[in-house]
Design a protein around this ligand. Structure first.
Ligand code: GTP
Length: 481
């Protein structure tokens, strides 16, 4: 089962639960059984699936949950937390520091994509201003040195290896020493691929680790390896101190479940994923967005992508500015509804805001509703539009607005209710994107913010703003306001 299928099955199971009129033990069991079946088919270890079931059942205790608790939300949150727990060992891996020498050793099965990943890792850091270097300690596979040499030359990264020397421990030691002298801050050691049955090769890997004293050992794993991942990861972990995992070939028919198992075995976080054969097909891995996607929940960076389709280019900079202001006024809601009406079915875009904001499958009705809200807002004063406080509109103001817009008082109340929901979702989005409020930004948080916002922005939009530089200077301007 590929990851997309796993995601489909899990979100279908949750949706079925959401459709049930009453959430009781049977509905929960059916939902958990569906999710477990999907995870097992995706090659997640049986013991992990069983533990997940038990943990969720302990959290969602129907005898203890008082009436009025939103059981659907509690169950969804519990499933999300359990999946995050599987993928997040709770402690971050060693993070190398730019300008300070770190030795990173790559280990993994034959053909897992280790050599390719070493170069991707080096290239990723080089682009960020590091001084990486590659050492080829794979003397087992003929052609491994040539492959590394070719990749390194293409990326203009210094490398060390030998056609003559057959002792990988010697090569690794010499390479690391040389690049330390050259003040490289990221020395990457590629080792031979091996299977857990190959005791001699495992011993050799231990010796390479002994001589190079790596700050971090990265276990590279092919995402399609399936159930075998667990055993393999365990064998590597027993021989060397694996501190992080990189999963490759996530672009292919990835089962994904093996990755969950490997993380649990090595108790090390996944730090990157490989998404293609090319040097830059390499992404930082974040647990939460990954799990949210598996559960079919909204990812806020997806929201930004969609907004890009609907917000005209000349208004995009302004939108980013508004994001950083952190306050959600009635006027801002008006402005967000406007493009949705102009550009066709609002439901398509508004689904990005979460199901709560709209009646599902009723696009036409939603359109009419948003138009009505905007007509009502046309009768509000500037002070009311620029406020975040609905209480500004007391009883008599609500009657005036209703009269002015030719609508009923109930319609005005409904619009205010909608505003409150929208504002809550907006503020959650700000937290997710970690956007600090306007004026509270120092130089460091400006650059952090720019990084966060840039991640959420579609590439074309970032380009139009003058790349990272343009975005940073925009953030600076806003911080100094
Ligand atoms: N599609 C895809 N292919 C990848 C990815 N990473 C590596 N590959 C391909 O996987 C194959 C094996 O990669 P290598 O880097 O040679 O594997 P290795 O683990 O160093 O192999 P050994 O030296 O035998 O251990 C190559 O054809 C790579 O191009 C990825 O993220 N996606």
């Amino acid at each position: 089962m590929v990851l997309a299928e796993l995601s489909g099955s899990i979100s279908r199971a949750l949706q079925q639960m959401n459709n049930a009129t009453v959430i009781d033990e049977k509905v929960l069991n059916d939902c958990l059984n569906e999710i477990s079946r999907a995870l097992l088919q995706a090659d997640v270890q049986f013991s992990m699936v069983r533990d997940m079931q038990t943990n969720i059942k302990n959290i969602v205790n129907f005898d203890e949950l008082a009436a009025g608790h939103n059981k659907r939300r509690i169950i969804q949150q519990a499933v999300s937390n359990e999946l995050c727990k599987m993928l997040d060992p709770g402690k971050p891996s060693f993070t190398p520091k730019k300008g300070k020498t770190s030795v990173i050793m790559f280990v993994g099965l034959q053909g897992s994509g280790k050599t390719t990943t070493c170069t991707k890792y080096a290239y990723y850091h080089q682009k960020k201003g590091w001084k990486p270097a590659l050492v080829c300690a794979d003397t087992f596979r003929a052609g491994a040195f040539d492959q590394l040499k070719q990749n390194a030359t293409k990326a203009k990264i210094p490398f060390y290896g030998s056609y003559m020397e057959s002792d990988p421990v010697k090569i690794a030691g010499e390479g690391v020493e040389r690049f330390k002298k050259e003040n490289c801050d990221l020395i990457i050691v590629d080792t031979s691929g091996r299977h857990k049955q190959e005791a001699a090769l495992f011993e050799e890997m231990r010796q390479v680790a002994e001589v190079t004293k790596p700050d971090l050992v990265i276990f590279v794993m092919d995402s399609s390896i399936g159930q075998a991942a667990f055993d393999q990861a365990q064998a590597f972990k027993q021989s060397v101190a694996v501190g992080a995992v990189i999963i490759t070939k996530m672009d292919g028919h990835a089962k994904g479940g093996g990755a969950l198992s490997a993380v649990a075995t090595t108790k090390s976080p996944v730090i990157f994923i490989g998404t293609g054969e090319h040097m830059d097909e390499f992404e930082v891995f974040d647990v939460e967005p990954f799990v949210r996607r598996l559960l079919g929940m909204r990812d806020w960076s997806g929201f930004m992508d969609r907004m890009h389709e609907f917000v005209p280019t000349n208004e995009q900079t302004e939108l980013v500015q508004k994001l950083s202001e952190g306050t959600f006024t009635f006027r801002l809601m008006y402005e967000q509804l406007q493009p949705l009406l102009k550009m066709g079915p609002a439901g398509q875009v508004l689904s990005a805001f979460g199901a709560e904001l709209m009646a599902k499958g009723n696009e036409k009705e939603n359109q009419v509703k948003f138009k009505r809200y905007m007509t009502i807002m046309d009768s509000m004063t500037n002070a009311e539009l620029d406020s975040t406080n609905p209480k500004l509109m007391n009883g008599s103001r609500i009657i005036c607005i209703a009269r002015g817009s030719g609508r009923k008082v109930e319609d005005v109340m409904e619009m205010i209710q909608f505003y409150k929901m929208f504002a809550k979702i907006w503020s959650n989005m700000m937290k997710r994107l970690k956007v600090p409020k306007k004026g509270s930004m120092n130089a460091r948080s400006q650059s952090m913010t720019a990084q966060h916002v840039s991640k959420a922005l579609p590439p074309q939009m970032l380009k139009q703003m003058g790349g990272m530089g343009g975005l940073q200077s925009l953030m600076k301007q806003m911080g100094s306001n």
